[in-house]
Design a protein around this ligand. Structure first.
Ligand code: KIV
Length: 283
């Protein structure tokens, strides 16, 4: 899929063909390049950058300016995957007009292809208005990190039948107003499967089991770069942090004992020029 630019239509077609979608997050140019080279279908510049890049406790304090800055960097490296820009908390919650303006800013100033926002039935009118303005929207239901405190923390959602039914209703409401796909986070696997069966748009899971139309993970979690907190649903495909730490420590030791830089990392000067220079500064 990733030899050409991935489009919203390609994402929708994947569900029709039963092809699983691969989505990861990226926040800067090097990871944008690597996501591109790895051939993922969708790259999310998520507001999770608040935690894994900015060192905040959650996503609430992330601003439009933070998002635009990181989306621009990712876009410079990411040429083939569809890039989704995450709408930060309070950029779409105050009014439909604000939501359209801010969604437009992520695309015009950041350069992303589509946007994502959190919420189901309650935000369907907002999502519908953004879609009508010509901006493709990805929904996000189940655990919605921006409102985690109202949901009782970063906990699995849809545990009992009534809560699970509400999540199915959320998905249907988003489908009705035209989302091109839906992220479903931290729900029981059987519920996620029912959601994926209930709507025609691709449902991409994170902590939602295997029976959905694709998977998304926060890259810094799955490569072990951010290990302050590892959710149950994260598989660490590598542990990169200790490798980086080892390199930083080795560099520090070599600088302190003056074994770096060696001749192979230094520039030389013709002997004659050096003799001349020394003469010039001593005369
Ligand atoms: O911000 C983010 O990274 C997300 C993912 C958890 C889907 O919303």
């Amino acid at each position: 899929m990733a030899d050409q630019k991935v489009t919203v239509k390609d994402i929708q077609q994947a569900k029709v063909e039963g092809r699983k979608l691969v989505m990861i997050t990226a926040y800067d140019y090097p990871f944008g390049l690597m996501a591109d080279e790895a051939g993922v279908d969708i790259v999310l510049v998520g507001d999770s950058l608040g935690m894994v890049v900015m060192g905040l406790d959650g996503t609430v304090a992330v601003t439009m300016e933070n998002m635009i800055h990181h989306i621009q960097a990712v876009m410079r490296g990411c040429k083939h995957p569809l890039v989704v820009g995450d709408m930060p908390f309070m950029s779409y919650n105050t009014s439909i007009r604000d939501a359209i303006i801010n969604a437009g800013r992520l695309m015009k100033e950041g350069g992303c292809d589509t946007i994502k926002l959190e919420g189901g039935v309650d935000f369907a009118p907002t999502v519908g208005a953004i879609v009508k303005a010509g901006i493709p929207v990805q929904g996000h239901i189940g655990l919605t990190p921006q409102t985690a405190s109202a949901l009782g923390g970063f906990k699995m959602q849809g545990k009992d039948a009534a809560a699970a039914k509400k999540i199915i209703d959320d998905a249907k409401a988003l489908e009705d107003v035209g989302v091109f796909s839906i992220i479903i986070e931290a729900v029981p696997a059987p519920l996620a499967q029912l959601v994926a069966e209930a709507v025609s748009v691709p449902v991409i899971g994170i902590g939602a089991g295997a029976d959905v139309d694709g998977q998304v993970l926060v890259t810094h979690d799955m490569i072990g770069l951010f290990d302050k907190f590892i959710p149950k649903f994260v598989k660490q495909y590598t542990k990169i942090r200790p490798i980086i730490l080892e390199a930083l420590k080795a560099y520090g030791e070599e600088v302190r004992e003056a074994s770096f830089p060696g001749p192979e990392h230094s520039f030389s000067m013709p002997e004659e020029a050096l003799v001349q220079l020394k003469k010039m500064i001593t005369d």
